[in-house]
Structures are given as C-alpha cells and as structure tokens.
Design a protein around this ligand. Structure first.
Ligand code: CDP
Length: 220
C-alpha cells in the first residue's frame, strides 16, 4: 500500500481530556498502530531534566529530540534500554514537556520521527497537532475536549492510581497553565482542524467516547 494511502485517525485535544485512553483502545479495536506523540515530548523533557539542559538552550534541547533513542514496546516506553513508562508521567516531566513543545526547532526535530509511525494497516495518532500539522490528510480527525474540572479529576485519579501524590488545587492550576501554553504558542497551537469532529467527553465514559470514534471511522 502506498504510504499516503495508509489510513490515519488523529485524536487531538487538551491535557487530560482522555485522548490517550481513547486512542489506545481505538487502535486496539482496529489492530492499528498507535502514536502517543506526547510521549516524544515527555521523553525529550526527561532527557533535558536529567542532563540539566536548560529551557533557554533551544538548540541543545532540539539536539536531544533529534537523537531521541525512543522505543515503544507494547504499552511500555523506553529511552534506549531503560523503561521510563512511569518516569515520563511525573507532573514535573509533563510541565517541562509543555514548555519545550513551544520551541519550533524541537517540533521540527520530532516531525520526521512521527511520520514514520504511519504503517499498514493503519495508525491512530494522539496529540495536539496530529490533524493540523503532522497528518493533515488523515481519514478521520477527532478533537476531544472536557471541562477543566472533569479533566483535573481524571488526572488526579490517574496520578494516584500510578502511585504519585497529587493535590487537586495544584492540578487545576497546572492544567490551566498548560492549556494556556498549548493554545497560545506560535507554532502548532492546540486548535481543532477545520474538518475535525468535536467530542466533549465531560459527561461521557471512555467506552462511549471509543464507540463514537469507531462509529465515525466506519462512515469516514
Ligand atoms: O498527558 P498530557 O495530555 O498532559 O500530555 P501529553 O499528551 O503526554 O503531552 C505532553 C506535552 O507535550 C503537552 O503538554 C503538550 O504541550 C505537548 N505536546 C505537543 O505540543 N504536541 C503534541 N502533538 C503532543 C504533545
């Protein structure tokens, strides 16, 4: 199959909107590959934090992104041979990821890497700019939203479930700061693609959201 004919479903949306869960399940149901693009920003952030590369050193951070030894094995994420599935979920890493994601040369460095995930029989790509920048010709584009309160509650449960400590007020403030950075940045800001289907999941279970995406795909 020519590369450009491999079907792609993009699922974009703000932090903690449930994109990750929905994207993973949709990929599983269709036996498609999965691209968690946020993990690439988180991996770059983790490298930068560990090496003490500062945010103002855009060139240095872009170099880390360009040579990122990222590997995805099942549900696990590796940096070279180290399993960092847990480590990249820490709030500190998420915050740094959101800051470095505003750097144009970092986004550029991760561009080709992301395109490489488009493999037969298909791909579900989860992120902020999957439908607008990385896969503009996707067969189906979904933009998932949820109220800030619903998202903070989900993030709280997710962090506690993973054994991290969490505080609701801090989480709300973090979410709002991250939304602000994601939507206001100059490159690839968080906006729905013109042809995206909008899905507000504030009062919806993950299963309902998954079924809706699959139903849209069946008619795409
Ligand atoms: O879990 P959460 O939604 O907070 O984050 P994520 O999807 O793992 O992504 C981490 C950070 O990377 C986000 O805060 C975004 O700023 C950034 N990101 C991006 O800019 N573009 C993408 N395609 C994916 C993530």
């Amino acid at each position: 199959m020519p590369h450009s004919h491999i079907p792609v479903i993009t699922i974009d949306g703000p932090t903690a909107s449930g994109k990750g869960t929905v994207a993973a399940k949709v990929a599983e149901r269709l036996s498609f590959h999965l691209l968690d693009s946020g993990a690439l920003y988180r991996l770059t952030a983790l490298q930068a934090l560990r090496r003490g590369t500062e945010l103002r050193d855009e060139h240095g951070i872009a170099k880390l992104a360009e040579h990122l030894p990222a590997r995805f094995v099942g549900h696990d994420v590796f940096l070279a041979s180290e399993n960092v599935t847990q480590a990249i979920r820490a709030e500190e890493v998420g915050n740094m990821a959101s800051k470095i994601a505003a750097l144009p040369s970092v986004r550029q460095a991760l561009f080709a890497l992301q395109l490489g995930f488009r493999e037969a029989p298909g791909l579900v790509a989860d992120g902020r700019d999957m439908g607008t920048v990385i896969f503009p010709t996707a067969k189906l584009k979904v933009f998932l939203t949820a109220s800030v309160e619903a998202r903070a509650e989900r993030r709280y449960k997710q962090l506690i479930g993973k054994g991290f400590s969490a505080n609701m007020d801090d989480l709300l403030a973090d979410l709002q700061a991250r939304d602000e950075r994601d939507t206001k940045r100059a490159v690839a800001p968080l906006v729905p693609a013109e042809d995206a289907h909008l899905l507000d999941t504030s009062n919806m279970s993950a299963e309902e959201a998954i079924e809706q995406v699959l139903a849209w795909y069946a008619h795409a």
